[in-house]
Design a protein around this ligand. Sequence first.
Ligand code: NAD
Length: 358
Amino acid sequence: MRDFVYTGQPSRVIFGAGSLQHLEREVKLLGAERALILCTPEQQGIAEHIATLLGARAAGVYPKAVMHVPAETAAAAVAEAQRLGADCALAVGGGSTTGLGKAIALQSSLPILAIPTTYAGSEMTPIYGITEAGLKKTGRDARVLPRTVIYDPELSVSLPVGLSVTSAMNAIAHAAEGLYAQDSNPIMDLMAEEGIRALAAAIPRLVANAADIDARSDALYGAWLCGTVLGNVGMALHHKLCHTLGGTFNLPHAEVHTVILPHAMHFNAAAAPVAMQKISRALGGAPAAQGLYQLAKEHGAPVSLRELGMQAEDLDTVVRLALQNPYWNPRAIGPDSSVALRALLQQAWEGVSPGSSN
Ligand code: NAD
């Protein structure tokens, strides 16, 4: 057994189909009297439903969450929370909405109650991101970790199948990189392998029947585990590439993770054999990189940067940006990595199976 440091992060999880019924109890347990309900414009319907469930404990609905939390959106939400005298930020939606809740908590220390409806996993992390003048700044702060999370799989049934698959791959990416993180520990390893197993098994069932509540439950359970891993241990090359592609080229978040993950795993395979064995076991025995590629491809997810709208001539810029302040990675990354990184991105752009000689 290797030496490790493990810090438990306090959050209360209420899990199960129909668990939204416990909402009022959970808001009361937080000691909140006036919850500001956050959502995207597309999810205003569920937010209004939550306001009705909360009655007098709802301060209002703020339906303005957008991708990447622009600083001006965050400032406007903080002002609205103050104007309404809110004492809790209730985020119902995906990572963009949870992210807006985190921006409010960072400024005001209001507690967050999160009700995730995708598999992004942000609700389990103390990581926030705010975009100012085209640059996304991220950081860690204990105040932004949601205090309570209600995982109700019934609320994820409406997530379109395509986004369900890519969001699940996004969650798998958190766990896959957690397995070779510099600061990994045996508890996170257990969660990571089990999270990948649960999500990989749920994907085909979600594609076959988007309303399969058992499959939705398994996927949300996997998202919880994988999000917890992201919140506890460091990220490496895969997340660095995705942050660069998403932040600078504005490519869609979950889809970019889906395309890059198999290639990042192939790049790191020889440097992280134990992590690869665990991923392979969680996938039912396929080699990690090729197994993840097949999982995405066979279930209709994008496998190339080209189909996400990336221009081939921009790949050199991605390499240059990824080499600026690189994250720690099991296969060392330095100035002499540019040729190998360029080859990784070329394969991801073309959408070929990782490591294929094509
Ligand atoms: P998202 O929150 O942007 O949601 C994508 C779209 O799906 C939105 O239009 C939303 O309204 C819709 N949607 C969400 N749930 C739905 C449902 N059940 N039914 C129908 N439509 C639904 O996407 P995301 O992938 O969940 O989150 C991406 C963002 O989260 C990125 O900005 C990313 O950086 C951030 N993120 C942060 C962390 C962290 O730890 N801080 C972790 C993961 C992701």
